[in-house]
Design a protein around this ligand. Structure first.
Ligand code: ZN
Length: 136
C-alpha cells in the first residue's frame, strides 16, 4: 500500500459557523465551502492547509456518528485521513494483515472521494480514514 500524504484531519465541532471563529477568522484558513453527506449525517467544511486540509465535521442529526462522538468525547480531533494511491488494494492488504475495518469496501465521501475507515481498536485508538481522490 502506498500512503501519499496526510490528506486531512477531521475535527468534530458543535457548529461549523462557531468553529470558523477560530479556524477561519483567527488562523486565517480559507473556507472552501461546505457539503452535507446525508448518509453520514454530517456537514463537512474543508479548509486547505498547504498539502493537506482541515475538515470540520458538524452533525446534522442527534443520532449521527459525529454527534455520538461529541457526546462521549467532546469536540476535538475525530480522525486522521491518509491519501492512498489505490484504496481497494490498501483495504485488501490491511484485511490480509488482520486489521479490523469499519468499511470493507470504499464508500463515497465529501468531494466524491473514495473513503474507508479502519476500526480504532485496530489502530491504538485513532480513527483512521483512507481516501483516494484526484487532485494535489
Ligand atoms: Zn475525513
Amino acid at each position: 500500500m502506498k500512503i501519499k500524504k496526510i490528506d486531512h484531519l477531521g475535527i468534530a465541532v458543535n457548529g461549523i459557523d462557531d468553529a470558523c471563529t477560530f479556524w477561519r477568522d483567527i488562523l486565517g484558513l480559507p473556507l472552501e465551502g461546505t457539503e452535507t453527506v446525508t448518509t453520514q449525517k454530517v456537514t463537512t467544511a474543508f479548509m486547505p492547509v498547504g498539502e493537506s486540509e482541515v475538515e470540520l465535521l458538524e452533525s446534522t442529526a442527534p443520532d449521527g456518528p459525529v454527534a455520538k462522538f461529541i457526546e462521549s468525547k467532546g469536540q476535538g480531533v475525530h480522525h486522521v485521513a491518509f491519501r492512498v494511491e489505490n484504496i481497494e488494494e490498501a483495504l485488501a492488504e490491511l484485511k490480509a494483515k488482520g486489521v479490523r475495518l469499519i468499511d470493507e469496501t470504499p464508500r463515497i465521501g465529501a468531494g466524491g472521494a473514495k473513503i474507508a475507515f479502519l476500526h480504532p481498536k485496530a489502530t491504538g485508538g485513532v480513527l483512521v480514514e483512507l481516501c483516494e481522490r484526484e487532485g494535489h
